[in-house]
Design a protein around this ligand. Sequence first.
Ligand SMILES: [Zn+2]
Length: 439
Amino acid sequence: MKTKMVMAIALLALVAATIRAQAPAGTTEHVTVIRAGALIDGTGAGPRKNQLIFVRGNRIEKVADASAPIPPDGAVIDLSSATVLPGLIDSHTHIFLWGEDPAKGGYDENILKAGIALRAARATFACRRALEQGFTTLRDLETEGAGYGDIEIKQAIEEGTIPGPRIFGATRAISTTGGYNLEGYAPELEMPKGAQLVDGPVEARKAARQQLEHGADWIKVYMTHRSWVDKEGKLVSQPTLTVEELKAVVDETHGWGKKVACHAYNGIGLQRALDGGCDSIEHGLEITDAQIAQMARQGTWYCPTISPYYGDWAPADTPGGKRDRARAAVHEVSFKKALNAHLKIVFGTDMGGMPWTESIAQEFKRMVGLGMTPMDAIESATSRAADMLDMRGEIGVVAPGAFADIAAVTGDPLKDVSVLEHVRFVMKDGAVFKNELAK
Ligand SMILES: [Zn+2]
């Protein structure tokens, strides 16, 4: 008995020693110091010249002037010729979507002919693309028929199997009967759908519960589906969920401490999204003044996605071509209204709707082109997006205590925001993923 006790105590001591040896961030890990020529810290504060960013483990320990002493065993990364920023956040992507890429067969082929392994491989590519462009966080707003694949890709990233950004995944998304693709097939065929379709508040709540159970970080709801131009030339969108159905989703999701993102172009569906208490309006192509006021009152986030509506227009004289032009035209007006009303605008691209081979940061030019200041556009992709994700102080800032997610560009993005399309250095979670500036 006594020997057993002694052995147990010895074992405990050994375990304690082992725990100490592996120990915690902030004590034993060597410091890495990034020498920043200029630092835009993501908070909206003006740029600071010649800063040192001390990174220990996966966190930023401190930020200091260049005169601060560097510990003798500290590794220095020289970005003195660059502008350093927090890792960027795209708040509206689809890593599983290649549907709009004709080279990959279009939306329907993506679901009908690409098996889950091929889709996962493409999602892996999408994640690498995001990271190499300095996007260290994505809010990925549904998998387009790939089930809970986003949560598994996130797991593969977190365990270090594949490189990629931090992912806030929405899993399957929710719409109604007649409210999502695939469609247009013979009515007797049971076609797979790109979202989980529900009818009635009970089914709506159940779908939210299922998605939350399987790891959804956000719930995505399609509040509008088809859109077209009416006789007066106005954009019209078919609404999907009723207010009661959406309220069931929102109530359930909020109970889990999570939020609801609503795809809503305009009209009845957008109004129901606001009346149902959604947390973020996605796209919001056409928002009335009253709806802008309601968003301000309710604190609703606005995630416009301008770039995708400027490519691939159908010919001008076709119904599709008229719709494409109307969508871009009204989106500009709504974006400017939202800007004037100081709505909480976050950066989103709908990547996946655009091929992942394209530049994510092209959206900055669109936002600035419509009157946003470059600093405001940067905040929309850093600290403001972090607020929406309930990650204030953790991501989207270069500040003590934040995760060491860092990007750098040559040139001044406040003078020319398009330099953000050429990110030259990327650190995520304290590890350098890319450095084209190394001497
Ligand atoms: Zn989308």
